[in-house]
Ligand binder design. Structure first.
Ligand code: ADP
Ligand code: MG
Length: 256
């Protein structure tokens, strides 16, 4: 198996990192072998996994720039029981350094090729822009999971994201497609949210996950305890929603 999923949306604050951390933990809890790669220099996925980004010895920089072997870069002791390639400010340096390389778009893909089948799922947490790091994520990925907040400007910018995906598909990664569209921070009492949700379903059809992630304060609090929500408050609606999403993703993968 070994499915690589880039979690991307160039808008910040839509729930990319929250989705990566909680989905990785939920799938790991169902005995799947999971790797999370933090490609955002903010290092939020790293901190949210219980790993101190200021203290970590190796990051995605070592993989992308120095071509250090994967097993020397991977972090194994996350709270969520998945493996992690950490991210911090060094990843910004990696983005700049990448520009010097030939075949700079496919550095991550090459780095992951030898270990891809050691995992059932590999998630890549992308930065909030369509930069060379995101391009590397999408070149390495089998598919892209797009978290969306159902609000007025949500659909704006989606065209740019879809264009990037189709450009990468035609240039370097023919198989690349949409894994799914995830509605995050959802409030069903909000009429606008329901309208945008309907538009999403019209546009993306059954790519829109049935599972909806509710707005839930536990999801926002958990990172400050360095833990996925299921290890902070396992009965919270947020933790349960991500477990349900993990189930949906497993079922979809098994249907194919
Ligand atoms: P991104 O990675 O796309 O920038 P984050 O996952 O960091 O987005 O989420 C942005 C902010 O919203 C964070 O403070 C996070 O804790 C919070 N958040 C994310 N999802 C939820 C949710 N379902 N309910 C409440 N807060 C959330
Ligand atoms: Mg993020």
């Amino acid at each position: 198996m070994g499915k690589i999923i880039a979690v991307a949306n160039q808008k910040g604050g839509v729930g990319k990192t929250t989705t990566c951390v909680n989905l990785a933990a939920s799938l790991a809890a169902t005995k799947r072998r999971v790797l999370l790669i933090d490609l955002d220099p903010q290092g939020n996925a790293t901190m949210g996994s219980g790993i101190d980004k200021y203290d970590v010895a190796t990051t995605a920089f070592d993989l992308l720039v120095d071509e250090k072997p994967f097993d020397k870069v991977v972090v194994k002791d996350t709270v969520g029981k998945y493996d992690l390639i950490a991210g911090n400010g060094d990843v910004t340096a990696a983005e700049i350094k990448l520009m010097e390389f030939f075949a700079r778009e496919v550095r991550l893909r090459s780095a992951l090729a030898p270990i891809k089948d050691d995992y059932d799922f590999i998630f890549i947490d992308c930065p909030p822009s369509l930069n060379m790091l995101t391009v590397n994520a999408m070149s390495a990925a089998d598919s892209v999971l797009v978290p969306m907040q159902c609000e007025y400007y949500a659909l704006e910018g989606l065209t740019a994201l879809m264009d990037t995906i189709s450009q990468l598909a035609s240039m370097v990664n023919p198989g690349l497609g949409i894994e799914g569209v995830l509605r995050t921070m959802y409030d069903p009492r909000n009429r606008l949210a329901n309208d945008v949700s309907d538009q999403l379903k019209n546009h993306f059809g059954d790519k829109v996950y049935r599972t909806v992630i509710p707005r839930n304060v536990r999801l926002a609090e958990a990172p400050s305890f360095g833990a996925p929500a299921m290890y902070y408050d396992k009965s919270s609606p947020g933790a349960k929603a991500y477990l349900a999403l993990a189930g949906e993703i497993i079922r979809r993968a098994e249907q194919k």
